[in-house]
Ligand binder design. Structure first.
Ligand code: T3D
Length: 267
């Protein structure tokens, strides 16, 4: 396993790479993994680093301790030299969200505990969400007189529909794991002590797929709400042409006919 974020870097963002899976762990448990400026910069660097690592075929984003992430560090916000809110979004939050969406690999949010404010937004920006049974999602922005950000006004309606998104965003009530599963905000809920294993096993399955086809599938799903059916059909034909021309498609066919697991090169 490769570990990054060790000796020379502060350890509030950990990156571990093993078996084609990069696990990024937000690691400020005493503050529920609330995000400071340096931590956001390290998180962005971590996502960009693993996204362009060809050995990485799936990414897991999780938190240490009892929280996934409590969003912006509100104590840092009180500093006299704190950047303006819009500046902070433009310079630091938005690039993180864009990096999660642009990564060719699928990103799993393994939501181990409370995901609040921009912490919830980060989970919403991932491709897949699985939650511990005690996890909660709180769009806490309204409680402090702010507006959901870091993509939540875009991702949340797409995940749960407009009516539920309006309640979650406007009322700010905590959505528990069982309710999150019921409304489609997460796709799986597992006991807390099984979450890391469940995320690792899902990531390993994703890492075993043909990376090019997986990236094209991620792109097509992300674009789907912005396309009409005709455009989606055309985009699928283009994506299938690209996937079909890759040696991994031939390997998949050969593996099927030879009744063996495929060995996708990704190359
Ligand atoms: O730059 C910008 O501001 C623009 C971007 C904004 C994006 C945003 O994310 S705005 C929204 C920021 N987040 C919040 O408003 C959530 C604040 N936290 C909470 O509402 C609660 O802590 C939770 C619902 C997440 C959890 O509640 P609970 O009762 O389980 O834990 P707690 O006791 O409130 O917190 C435990 C500790 O974590 C505590 O520290 P202490 O007193 O033991 O030293 C608390 O201060 C700390 N903590 C929790 N959230 C934050 C935090 N410290 C700094 N910032 C936080 N966001």
């Amino acid at each position: 396993m490769t570990e990054r974020g060790g000796d020379e870097a502060p350890a509030d963002v950990l990156v571990a790479i093993a078996g084609g899976v990069a696990t990024i762990t937000l690691n400020r448990p005493a503050a529920l993994n609330a995000l400071t400026i340096p931590m956001k910069e390290r998180l962005l660097a971590a996502i960009q680093g693993v996204a362009c690592d060809r050995a990485v075929r799936a990414i897991v984003l999780t938190g240490s301790g009892r929280a996934f992430c409590a969003g912006q560090d509100l104590k840092e916000r009180l500093a006299p030299d704190a950047p303006s809110l819009d500046e902070e979004l433009i310079l630091r939050y938005n690039p993180i969200v864009r990096a999660l969406r642009a990564a060719p690999q699928p990103v799993i949010a393994a939501v181990n505990g409370v995901a609040a404010g921009a912490g919830a937004s980060l989970a919403f920006a991932c491709d897949l969400r699985i939650a511990a049974d005690g996890a909660t999602f709180v769009l806490a922005f309204g409680r402090i007189g702010l507006v959901p950000d870091s993509g939540a006004t875009w991702t949340l309606p797409r995940l749960v529909g407009g009516a539920r998104a309006a309640e979650i965003a406007l009322l700010g009530d905590a959505v528990g794991a069982a309710e999150a599963l019921r409304i489609g905000l997460v796709s799986r809920v597992v006991p807390a002590d099984a979450l890391a294993g469940e995320a690792a096993s899902m990531a390993a399955r994703l890492a075993a797929l043909a990376p090019g086809a997986t990236a094209l599938t991620k792109q097509a799903l992300a674009a789907s709400f912005d396309r009409d059916l005709d455009a989606a059909l055309d985009a699928e034909a283009d994506a299938q042409a690209a996937a079909g021309a890759h040696p991994d498609h031939a390997e998949g066919l050969a593996a099927f006919l030879e009744k063996r697991p495929p060995r996708f090169s990704g190359g």
